[in-house]
Design a protein around this ligand. Structure first.
Ligand SMILES: C[S@@+](CC[C@H](N)C(=O)[O-])C[C@H]1O[C@@H](n2cnc3c(N)ncnc32)[C@H](O)[C@@H]1O
Length: 314
């Protein structure tokens, strides 16, 4: 399946693309947003980052930016500062700051639809779920080596599944007879753990647990928290950061980070004078998150839970 870029026009508008600038897509994926960003740039430098090497290899040969210089980097967007330093060194560039960055979080349809990547509860495959195949922790490790309590925490905190304790209990019982090797093996255990009545709420019963394990395997939330601050640091004045989130955990992190970055002083109210010295760094452009239209959701069901937040460096 191809990956249809979510909230495409809204992202492009949010990034306020200036010709000749330096723009970054930190979640390059299938390059859907990237192609439109490059088109609008006309000239300048585009940097595409993805921690999934196949996303980089698939597009490296075909990505042609015309007058825009394009660079793809197999990396984590949270390392943007180091990526820029590396590019300056290796490609003799002289970049200090960037003019815009997009983060379209989560996995792409390419990853989800490839059974061998183990992201999907719809296809049978090995329990992997690594976005970056060179990292060591896999879904197999989480499912087969974590204690019952740790599993419960992961499923509760990252999946917000009210059946977390039972699912953890059933996983630990299920692995007594041998390791749980496949996505379908895990799905069948989750189905047994959730009472039949509760399984009829419309969502796939394994959706939340799979999300939780994926977040754990890829350390997605810690990385996001750090990245919002680091990317803001390297934005030029007037530069924009646009983030598309797909679930409430991501959304809360971005919203909280933006709120903190947009605040002047964060001293407790009872302090007579400011001792923190914190200065406002951004303006929040999206007072409310931008969500897809009914029409977009009809064309692309993946867009259903998307929420776009945009901030501008001051
Ligand atoms: C939703 S897809 C992006 C799709 C892309 N916007 C498009 O239109 O084709 C998310 C991509 O971000 C990558 N990704 C997720 N977290 C990342 C991170 N921390 N650093 C770099 N890439 C990341 C995933 O590997 C995936 O390819």
């Amino acid at each position: 399946m191809v990956h249809i870029p979510v909230l495409l026009n809204e992202c492009i508008e949010g990034l306020n693309i200036k010709p000749g600038g330096v723009f970054v897509d930190g979640t390059f994926g299938g390059g859907g947003h990237a192609k439109e960003i490059i088109k609008r740039m006309g000239s300048g430098l585009f940097i595409g980052i993805d921690k999934d090497e196949t996303a980089i290899l698939r597009n490296e040969a075909i990505l042609c930016g015309g007058a825009v210089k394009t660079v793809l980097s197999h990396n984590n967007f949270s390392d943007l500062k180091q990526i820029i330093e590396g590019l300056n060194l290796n490609l003799s560039l002289d970049i200090n700051k960037i003019d815009g960055c997009l983060l379209d979080l989560g996995v792409s349809s390419f990853m989800f639809d490839e059974a061998a990547r183990g992201f999907s509860y719809i296809y049978d495959g090995p329990l992997d779920m690594r976005m970056d195949k060179s990292s060591t922790l896999t879904a197999f490790d989480v499912v087969n080596t974590y204690s019952k309590e740790r599993l419960r925490e992961v499923i509760q905190n990252y999946g917000e599944d009210r059946w977390a304790a039972r699912i953890a209990e059933f996983i630990v019982a299920g692995r007594q007879t041998g390791p749980i090797e496949t996505t379908f093996g895990l799905v069948s255990i989750i189905k047994k753990a959730i009472p039949k009545k509760a399984r009829e709420d419309g969502h796939h019963p394994a959706k939340r647990t799979f999300q939780a394990i994926r977040i754990e395997v890829n350390n997605e939330l810690e990385v996001l928290r750090k990245a919002i601050y680091d990317i803001t640091d390297v934005l030029n004045t007037g530069g924009r950061l646009a983030v598309i989130t797909f679930h409430s955990l991501e959304y809360k992190i971005v919203k909280k980070a933006f709120k903190h970055l947009a605040a002047n002083c964060v001293c407790p109210r009872e302090f007579p004078v400011c001792v923190c010295g914190k200065k406002r760094e951004i303006d929040i452009i999206t007072k409310k998150p931008i969500t897809p239209t009914e029409d977009e959701i009809k064309r692309n069901t993946r867009a259903r839970s998307a929420r776009l937040l945009v901030a501008e460096k001051i």
